[in-house]
Design a protein around this ligand. Structure first.
Ligand code: GLN
Length: 475
């Protein structure tokens, strides 16, 4: 038995029958994590103290480096948070610890979650376990690579415009972005506060349901957390998809998609058809504006969220070579100049620009209006269907370095994932095949607000009929 390749629910079953101990699981997974990390660089650091957990779900987990862990370095893969140890746990971390979960370490990410490839990390990129010359996606690339490589049983990521689903697709694992408000953002270092959501990255759909059970629910410490009952999400698994209306948005099947991605997604539609689902043609007419709108809203929020990193309260503090007496501004400037990488600076400038007087109405306000139109597209569509199906990404994993000098090409890899964040709806990426280079392809399913059960039921039905998720990267 290879512990590191098993899912969480398989491990839990074995614990129950006395086939393995939680301590052994931690040892095996940690050994695997350390052995292959020089290749994947999924972890940027391992936790100082790793001991077996006790509780309902004592399994080892990788935590994205933007989620606060009490007393442990949490840096958003940025130099500006060098040395920062939060004095508290994020709500999701507290819940995982309460369930007995064991934090293995911090997963690599794009700096402040700005990116789609993990290449903007100050620690250097992570590598895709299916082909180490390729990116694992981003921004939760370390989390997805860790799960795909068996370096963690499962992982937490965060998703502002696709950062859970896109790396899940690139690494051949399952990534779930819950409804905005379903999971507390308390202790998630904010990027775009109206878009960010924490979610599970797992080896299969059942594990996604299990981890969502642990992290979902109301938290008075997050004012946007929704006070609605949390169902047992595993109860949705096994539900029939017969008669389920699956919407195929015309605007998502466009020229420019890698033909093998298109073929895999079309085959997935046939799998649903064979199970009795009803396929309906739908329109999401404002899709074409989603990326442009996102890069106004998200950068505006980022510029305001990142204003707090000024060398006073957190992490790095730097002074110019020749400090002027009484000029506090010099310290701010030097800290931010040294602390932020190029992409973070680009976003701060863009976001500050669209919020500045004279441009606010033309950019930010207009983007908010378009965001409403995108949201309304989904409201209309969910009158005609229960679930929307699309590719997760237009291509499979690209090569490290390939898109670093072309931010717009990089931004376009989120073209299918951004709309769900704009609308606040839940969405999942599940493996649906491979391309000619043996790289995983991701299938995206989206559902209405708080319809995670519908999403999981559909994803599970697909996974049972087309078990692509069982393939493991050989490392
Ligand atoms: N890749 C997108 C961006 O760069 C989304 C990132 C995310 O979801 N955190 O903004």
């Amino acid at each position: 038995m290879n512990t590191a390749s098993l899912t969480a629910h398989e491990l839990m079953d074995r614990i129950k029958i006395g086939g393995i101990t939680p301590a052994r699981i931690v040892d095996d997974v940690l050994a695997r994590a350390q052995a292959v990390n020089p290749g994947t660089h999924a972890f940027i650091r391992f936790a100082d103290k790793i001991t077996a957990g006790e509780g309902a779900c004592p399994l080892p987990i990788a935590i994205k480096d933007n989620i606060c862990v009490n007393g442990s370095l949490t840096t958003c893969a940025s130099k500006i948070l060098e040395g920062f140890r939060p004095p508290y746990d994020a709500e999701v971390v507290a819940r995982i610890k309460a369930a007995g979960g064991v934090i293995l370490g911090s997963a690599n990410m794009d700096e402040f979650a700005f990116g789609s490839s993990c290449e903007t990390s100050v620690y250097g990129p992570s590598h895709n376990p299916w082909d180490l010359k390729r990116v694992p996606g981003g921004s939760s690339g370390g989390s997805a690579a860790a799960v795909a490589a068996g370096q963690a049983v499962w992982a937490l990521g965060s998703d502002t415009g696709g950062s859970i689903r896109q790396p899940a697709a690139f690494c051949g694992v399952v990534g779930l972005k819950p409804t905005y408000g379903r999971v507390s953002r308390y202790g998630l270092i904010a990027f775009g506060s109206s878009l960010d959501q924490i979610g599970p990255i797992t080896k299969d759909v059942r594990d996604g349901a299990l981890l969502l059970n642990i992290i979902a629910g109301f938290d008075p410490k997050d004012s946007t957390s929704v006070n609605a009952p949390v169902p047992d999400y595993t109860r949705a698994l096994g539900r029939d998809v017969k008669g389920l209306r699956i919407g195929i948005p015309r605007e998502y099947f466009i020229p420019g998609i890698q033909p093998e991605v298109l073929a895999a997604v079309r085959a997935a539609i046939d799998v649903f058809k064979a199970q009795g689902a009803q396929i309906v043609d739908i329109a999401l007419p404002h899709t074409a504006y989603a990326v442009a709108t996102y890069y106004i809203v998200a950068t505006a929020e980022a510029s305001s969220n990142l204003a707090r990193f000024d060398g006073v309260e957190y992490g790095l503090r730097a002074f110019p070579a020749v400090p002027r007496k009484g000029k506090l501004i010099d310290m701010y400037e030097e800290t931010r100049a040294q602390g932020f990488g190029a992409e973070a600076k680009r976003r701060i400038m863009l976001g500050t620009y669209v919020l500045s007087s004279g441009y606010y109405d033309a950019y930010y306000l207009r983007a908010q209006k378009v965001r409403t139109l995108i949201k309304q597209d989904f409201e209309k569509a969910f009158g005609a269907c229960d679930v929307i199906l699309s590719p997760t990404t237009p291509t499979t994993a690209f090569r490290i370095g390939e898109k670093m000098n072309d931010p717009v090409a990089m931004y376009l890899s989120d073209i299918f994932t951004i709309p769900a964040n704009m609308a606040g709806i839940p969405a999942i990426s599940i493996p649906c095949g491979f391309d000619g280079a043996k790289l995983p392809v991701g299938l995206q399913l989206m559902a209405g607000p708080f319809a995670e059960e519908t999403l999981l039921a559909a994803a599970y039905a697909y996974e049972q009929a087309a078990p692509w998720h069982q393939a493991r990267a050989s490392l």
